[in-house]
Design a protein around this ligand. Structure first.
Ligand code: 5GP
Length: 129
C-alpha cells in the first residue's frame, strides 16, 4: 500500500508545498514542532534513510539544504535543525525545524496553526528559494 507521503506526492492528499523537483518534495509538517517545520522527502518510496541508494541520499541532503536556507531566511529562529526519525511514517523524510530552544527539537511540544498560518509561512519560505 502506498505511504501517506506517496499519496501527497500523487496529489491524493493535500499539502502545503514548499518545493518540488523531479525526485524530491518539501512540504510543511501537518503537526509542527514550530512554525515552518518542513519535511523533505524523496519521491522514491523507501522506508529507512540509510537504505536509500547513494545518489538519492546525497540528492535529498542537497535538496534539504536548499530548503533549510530558505526557512532560515523566512522564519525567525536561532537556526534550522535537521532530524530523521521515521517511526510514524515508513517513507524517508528529513525534518527541518526552525529552532529557538531545545524544546523545538524534542517532538513533545507542538505548535498549533490555522490553515491561514500554514499558507502564510509556506508562501514566505517559497519566496526565499
Ligand atoms: P516520524 O515518522 O519522523 O516520527 O514523523 C512523521 C511526521 O509526519 C510527523 O511529524 C507528522 O506530523 C507528519 N505527518 C504525518 N502525516 C502527515 C500528513 O498527512 N501530512 C503532513 N504534512 N505531515 C504528516
Amino acid at each position: 500500500m502506498a505511504s501517506i507521503f506517496t499519496k501527497i506526492i500523487n496529489g491524493e492528499i493535500p499539502c502545503y508545498k514548499i518545493a518540488e523537483t523531479d525526485d524530491f518534495l518539501a512540504f510543511l509538517d501537518i503537526n509542527p514542532n514550530a512554525k515552518g517545520h518542513t519535511l523533505c522527502i524523496p519521491k522514491k518510496e523507501v522506508d529507512k534513510l540509510f537504505d536509500l541508494d547513494e545518489v538519492t541520499y546525497m540528492g535529498l541532503m542537497a535538496f534539504s539544504r536548499t530548503v533549510a536556507l530558505a526557512i532560515e531566511k523566512a522564519v525567525p529562529c536561532k537556526r534550522v535543525g535537521m532530524t530523521v526519525i521515521g517511526l510514524e511514517v515508513p517513507h524517508v523524510h528529513v525534518h527541518l525545524i526552525p529552532l529557538t530552544s531545545m524544546d523545538d527539537a524534542r517532538f513533545i511540544t507542538k505548535s498549533a496553526h490555522t490553515p491561514e498560518d500554514f499558507e502564510a509561512v509556506a508562501k514566505a519560505i517559497r519566496a526565499q528559494l
